[in-house]
Design a protein around this ligand. Structure first.
Ligand code: ADP
Ligand code: MG
Length: 189
């Protein structure tokens, strides 16, 4: 799949009326990809089902259209890949995969805690990309809870420090689109 995107969804397929906490003008502005050009970061925060991955994929597709290199990976797969690479002494090559693309999308930070090795390599990716390459992150956890995710408050602070220095955060509050669709189909009656 293109840039490992999990599905193809565009901004035009996003129902902004359903999610009023998402400002369409702001998202359209982000879709100009100035943040990619300027090696800045973007974070989508919010509960499950509110469209974080959809928006991340839509911006990823836009970036591909504009000829940027994009790599999409879930935090879970990223951790597994790094741990495996660490064990098989291929970490250097693997790290390149996450450091080289113009836009690295890391989806679903916070569903799982990271162990020390994973947290260490995650920090390394963020450090290497700092002011060199854009990262788009999605998370269901507020920044205050990131100490828990990385199992280390000092490390989490160092990660957030670099990540947020040149960044913008979109907080999405609202109902899950998945549940809305189930309600429509009568699952909740
Ligand atoms: P999250 O990553 O926040 O858990 P997703 O982006 O995976 O949520 O959204 C769940 C599903 O609902 C996806 O199929 C997505 O395309 C769809 N979806 C979410 N929000 C909207 C929206 N506002 N308009 C259209 N589809 C949406
Ligand atoms: Mg998601």
């Amino acid at each position: 799949r293109m840039a490992h995107l999990p599905f193809r969804k565009t901004l035009d397929q996003f129902d902004f009326a359903f999610q009023p906490s998402v400002d369409e003008r702001r998202i359209r502005d982000l879709a100009t990809l100035r943040f990619v050009e300027h090696q800045e970061n973007l974070v989508f925060l919010g509960p499950s089902g509110v469209g974080k991955t959809h928006l991340a994929v839509a911006l990823g597709l836009e970036a591909i259209k504009q000829r940027y290199t994009v790599y999409f990976i879930t935090a879970h797969d990223l951790v597994q890949t790094l741990q495996m690479a660490h064990m098989t002494n291929t970490i250097k090559q693997k790290m390149k995969m996450f450091i080289k693309p113009d836009l690295l999308i890391i989806d679903e930070i916070g569903y799982r805690k990271m162990d020390e090795t994973a947290a260490h390599f995650f920090f390394q990716i963020v450090s290497e990309r700092y002011e060199r390459g854009a990262i788009l992150l999605t998370s269901n956890k507020t920044f205050g809870a990131w100490g828990d995710i990385f199992g280390d408050n000092v490390l989490a602070t160092a990660i957030l420090d670099r990540l947020l220095h040149h960044s913008s955060t979109v907080n999405i509050k609202g109902e899950s689109y998945r549940i809305k669709e189930k309600k429509k189909a009568g699952f909740f009656r």
